[in-house]
Write a protein that binds this ligand. Structure first.
Ligand code: ASP
Length: 317
């Protein structure tokens, strides 16, 4: 029987144990478990990796705990702009949407872009018009709002002496981008990522999550990757595709390739974040250079594991 499995993330950053209440930690682990189950059950029943990835991401988009769909961070002007992408490792087809404001599940729309249009990426009003043509119900932008994200915007604004655009963006003013990577029984890989981006983003800023090769990548010949972190760095260093290219060209394992990019490339550059990876043999790896990354995995060989903090922090395996 072919190895199959799913890995998910719910964002990376300064996730400090001392700032996390036991109740909140339990909520995160519970939601990660639900997302994982939604995707894994599909794989277990012989369904495709693409379906598993979409199902897992949708559960987290619908949860207010994560920075995707409900619970998305707030832009500088006070609303939510959502980005998502999905890629099929069997065909290298991909779909992405950016800066959408009225789509409940952006990952669903990204998949429709891939399957029902000749294009890879649609943005803003055009993406919303395409959604209407696909009978996707338009939702009010306030559906995505939570008090915590509003407070984060207020805190960010209060912390800024001036609105100097050249000031480095504080990568800690977000958290909770979500993503999934899967390998199905047929050996096909898929990856998907969905986010609200970064708190106080302006002028139609788009991060790495909907950029194929930066935040999302899948190729049956090497691996599937979903990223989370300071998007500008992930775009410039082409993180997701670089990891898989190293697997292909250097013949190294995916875990080693992920560590090399996340630690040896991104850290010196100043890029904070992490990735989840599923390789073509069904091997799982997760690499991050932040204090924590919400994550969970399950494969046909290994039982469900959820984790938040770095290994070794308060008993994390
Ligand atoms: N990568 C996302 C972005 O830059 C944010 C995140 O992963 O937290 O939009």
């Amino acid at each position: 029987m072919a190895e199959y499995g799913l890995v998910i993330h719910g964002g990376a950053g300064t996730i400090l144990k001392e700032k996390m209440t036991p109740e909140r930690e339990a909520d995160y682990r519970e939601q990660l478990g639900q997302s994982l189950k939604a995707g894994y059950d599909i794989l277990d029943q012989g369904g495709p990796a693409l379906d598993a990835v979409q199902a897992a991401v949708q559960v987290m988009e619908d949860s207010p705990l994560f920075n995707a769909g409900r619970g998305a961070v707030v832009t500088y002007v006070g609303h939510h702009e959502l980005d998502a992408s999905i890629m099929d490792g069997a065909t290298r087809e991909a779909g992405a949407v950016a800066a959408v404001q009225h789509i409940r599940n952006p990952i669903e729309l990204a998949r429709l872009v891939m399957e029902e249009s000749p294009h890879v990426m649609m943005v803003g009003a055009g993406a919303e018009a395409f959604a209407a043509s696909q009978n996707i119900t338009r939702v009010d932008n306030t559906l995505f709002s939570t008090p915590e994200r509003r407070e984060a915007l207020d805190a960010w604004k209060a912390s800024q002496g001036s609105a100097d655009l050249r000031k480095p963006f504080d990568a800690d003013h977000k958290f909770g981008t979500v993503g999934a990577v899967a390998r199905d029984r047929a050996g096909n890989l898929a990856a998907g990522t969905s986010t609200g981006g970064m708190t106080a983003k302006r002028y139609g800023r788009v991060g790495d999550s909907p950029i194929i090769g930066a935040g999302t990548w899948a190729d049956n010949a090497s691996c599937a990757v979903s990223a989370t972190g300071h998007g500008e760095y992930f775009i410039r260093y082409h993180v997701a595709a670089d990891i898989c290219a190293r697997v292909s060209y250097q013949g190294i394992d995916a875990g080693g390739a992920a560590d090399a990019v996340i630690h040896d490339v991104l850290v010196p550059a100043g890029g904070a974040g992490g990735v989840i990876v599923m390789d073509r043999h069904g091997e799982v790896s997760m690499s991050f250079n932040t204090e924590g990354m919400y994550r969970a995995s399950r494969t046909s060989r290994r039982a469900l594991e959820t984790a938040i903090f770095a290994k070794g922090v308060s008993g994390e395996q």
